[in-house]
Design a protein around this ligand. Structure first.
Ligand SMILES: Cc1ncc(COP(=O)(O)O)c(C=O)c1O
Length: 434
């Protein structure tokens, strides 16, 4: 353990973490895929030799098959070791490190690395404890609302963000319009729904969009909706809690000025870290956090004030980013879609099952929800998830809030094996046969 805990040592530590990750079998596996030639992503997604090496990077319990990986992302063994190392480092050097090195330079380095991978400037990012903290600050501090302006969200958005939008009615006199997405959602159906909602609500000023719905897994065509919204002077705040790390994109691809992200879901950092993004030119349109006096108003860090947080998780972000870029966002996305297609293509034609996301490219990632036909209540879907868990040892989760009814969400992870999904398919076959 270094006794000189300067910026240099932090960066060296980060670098050695990256070295550890990059010299691991994870990147060894990536290299072996490359050695057979530049495989198209779709082909390498089904290369079980390659992906079983990636799966081996994770340590997961075998008492249940976990197909509920939307909650948060398990760290690889290498990232977990780096996290433990950072906890030890903090415990050893404590405030001496935090006061003299971390605040001054270590944190800036983490921010710079996030910005680089996301394709934006470090000054457009502020680290938060997760997507909730990021989005609550963006929504509740949006400055351009006048009393009577409309703020809009849909049934597929996350509950906490719906609550934050509702708060704008209580505190700012905004009118809240909640719309329902068509089911099954399709790209065109969703675009039409937003076009109709904008036409019906000409006073709309602020729109919440969720990039990947945690309820159904549908991937919203964010850039297209944002372009439509911009033409009507509507600002968009994107909830990207699930998408960055699961899908291959840079923030500017979304064509929005405000977004909130998680690093502890599909990016695989330790629990309790995310960030908010505000396009540089729009910083003034988000009020500073009500209790911040630490930073100038011209500094995005004044838009969130978390207090003392778990620092070891933030220090571990570079290792998670290195694993992500080492494996390749496109490869990750392709594998996760392949696993989703693997089970969906086998059950879609079963009588008595409804799949809530379409198969069109770009409309889904790792997550997809289903419903047994006619089973729309909370109790119905809890019963389905319970049966999968108790009888078949497969863990999924019921999701509510979808206007057309409750459903059961299935989310595979990079450690999921096709054999796990075969067991899900067999279970659903039996459950729909009765
Ligand atoms: C769509 C969506 N938004 C926001 C969040 C909140 O993320 P966190 O609780 O990690 O802050 C979640 C969490 O599951 C989510 O699924």
């Amino acid at each position: 353990m270094p006794t000189d805990i300067s910026r240099r040592s932090f960066i060296n530590n980060s670098a050695s973490a990256m070295l550890a990750v990059s010299s691991s079998a994870l990147l060894g596996a990536a290299a072996s895929a490359q050695s057979v030639g530049p495989l198209p992503a779709a082909l390498s997604a089904s290369d079980e030799t390659f992906w079983s090496k990636v799966a081996d990077q994770y340590l997961v319990a075998s008492d249940i098959t976990n197909l509920e990986n939307g909650y948060y992302g398990v760290m690889t063994k290498a990232i977990m070791a780096e996290y433990q190392r950072n906890i030890e480092l903090l415990n050893l050097h404590s405030s001496h490190y935090l006061r003299r090195s971390y605040d001054a330079s270590g944190l800036a380095e983490v921010r710079a690395q996030i910005a680089k991978v996301a394709g934006v400037l470090p000054e457009e990012i502020a680290i938060t404890r997760g997507a909730t903290e990021a989005l609550q600050n963006l929504i509740t501090n949006y400055r351009l609302l006048k009393s009577g302006d409309v703020v809009m969200y849909s049934d597929l958005d996350y509950d906490s963000m719906q609550y934050a939008m509702n708060y704008l009615k209580e505190r700012r006199g905004a009118e809240v319009v909640a719309i329902n997405m068509p089911e099954p959602a399709t790209r065109q159906g969703v675009l039409d729904a937003y076009a109709a909602a904008f036409a019906a609500n000409p006073k709309t000023r602020l729109l919440l969009l969720t990039h990947i719905s945690h309820r159904t897994g549908f991937v919203m065509p964010i850039a297209e909706i944002a372009t439509m919204a911009k033409a009507k002077n509507i600002d968009v705040i994107v909830d990207a809690a699930h998408s960055w790390g699961q899908m291959d994109f840079n923030i500017p691809d979304l064509k929005v000025d405000f977004a909130g992200f998680n690093l502890h879901k599909w990016m695989g950092a330790p629990l309790g870290v995310g960030f908010l993004y505000i396009r540089k030119e729009r910083l003034a349109d988000i009020e500073r956090a009500f209790a911040d006096g630490d930073w100038e108003a011209s500094d995005i860090r004044s838009r969130v004030h978390s207090g003392t947080t778990n620092t070891a998780n933030v220090m571990t972000v570079p290792a998670a980013l290195a694993a992500h870029t080492g494996l390749g966002a496109a490869n990750k996305q392709a594998r996760l879609r392949y696993l989703r297609d693997y089970w969906v293509s086998r059950v879609r034609n079963f009588k008595g099952i409804e799949i809530l996301t379409p198969d069109s490219p770009g409309s889904y990632g790792a997550i997809t929800s289903f419903r047994l036909t006619g089973k729309v209540s909370k109790a119905d879907n809890l019963a389905v998830a319970n049966e999968l868990r108790e009888k078949y040892k497969i863990f999924t989760v019921r999701r509510g809030g979808v206007a057309a009814g409750n459903c059961v969400r299935v989310s595979a992870a990079l450690f999921t094996k096709p054999a796990d999904l075969d067991r899900l398919v067999a279970a659903l076959k039996t459950m729909t046969a009765s």
